[in-house]
Design a protein around this ligand. Structure first.
Ligand SMILES: [Zn+2]
Length: 268
């Protein structure tokens, strides 16, 4: 029986802020020292001026393990695998609200599947205060598209995953944003309609991996004058229900344990 991981996902927000030299948002949990140490040890870099976060929906830790070969190229770009326990309930808006505030659901106020605008301090507010430019590229009307609205920042709402990735590639090339968050959902859609290891779900994992590699290669080419932190960061996991469909939202390791990948592409 799998156990819950120890490191809370809420520690990610302050970790990103620390690397960017930005004071973390008000309710952010302490940074993940393990991740900071790993990133610096593998790159020799202690601060960055660009962050690219790829947010593929619903990749559980055990799914990552089961299909690790699909992510081999991702790990070349982002070699640090950081295991996190996400927040409860492991639903998309709840988890992304915690990822980008560093706060638990009782503080940010999203406790179920609903998509109100988060009113507490976020990483986006923190970056704006520091004079930096954040941007979110998401599928239209999804959580990442809706819950961080109202800030003086850029939002791109696209039709579906491929359009999101195309937009993100274009934005990396334009090199205007300091923090770029890129949301994809194909695996989440697929596992709800079939199950977590169906043929179509596995194809969706391939899409996630391929998209992350494309984004990483673009960063390597277009952000040569920057030290860039790049992350592969799902929100929650998934389990298979007795009736066979994929689902998430339970306080079980399958839904709560996630693996993120991080790396630094230093200026070159
Ligand atoms: Zn989700």
């Amino acid at each position: 029986m799998q156990k819950f991981f120890d490191q809370p996902m809420t520690s990610l927000c302050a970790t990103l802020c620390d690397f960017a030299g930005v004071t973390p948002p008000k309710f952010a949990a302490d940074a993940c020292e393990e991740l900071k140490t790993g990133l610096t040890a593998t790159s020799g870099v202690t601060s960055v001026d660009r962050i690219l976060m790829y947010n593929p929906d619903a990749v559980a830790d055990y799914i990552y393990d089961k299909y690790a070969e699909k992510f081999a190229l991702c790990e070349k770009i982002a070699p640090i695998r950081q295991r996190f326990v996400t927040v409860y309930p492991p639903k998309t808006p709840v988890c992304f609200a915690s990822m980008y505030t560093g706060a638990t659901p009782d503080k940010h106020g999203i406790n179920k599947y609903e998509k109100p605008v988060v009113t507490i301090d976020t990483i986006f507010d923190a970056f704006i205060r520091a004079g930096k430019k954040p941007c979110i590229v998401s599928v239209k009307d999804q959580s990442m598209d809706k819950i961080f609205r109202g800030r003086d920042m850029a939002y791109y709402s696209e039709k579906y995953d491929d359009e999101v990735v195309e937009r993100a590639l274009e934005l990396i090339e334009k090199d205007e944003y300091d923090l770029l968050c890129v949301y994809n959902q194909r695996y989440d859609d697929s596992m709800h309609r079939s199950h977590p290891t169906s043929a179509r779900s596995l194809k969706a994992l391939d899409c996630y991996a391929g998209s992350f590699v494309k984004l990483g290669e673009k960063v390597n080419t277009c952000w040569q004058n920057h030290d860039a932190l790049i992350g592969f960061a799902p929100d929650h996991g998934v389990h298979r229900m007795l009736i066979g469909l994929g689902n998430h939202g339970s306080n079980i390791p399958e839904d709560m344990n996630i693996s993120h990948l991080y790396g630094i592409i230093a200026r070159h």
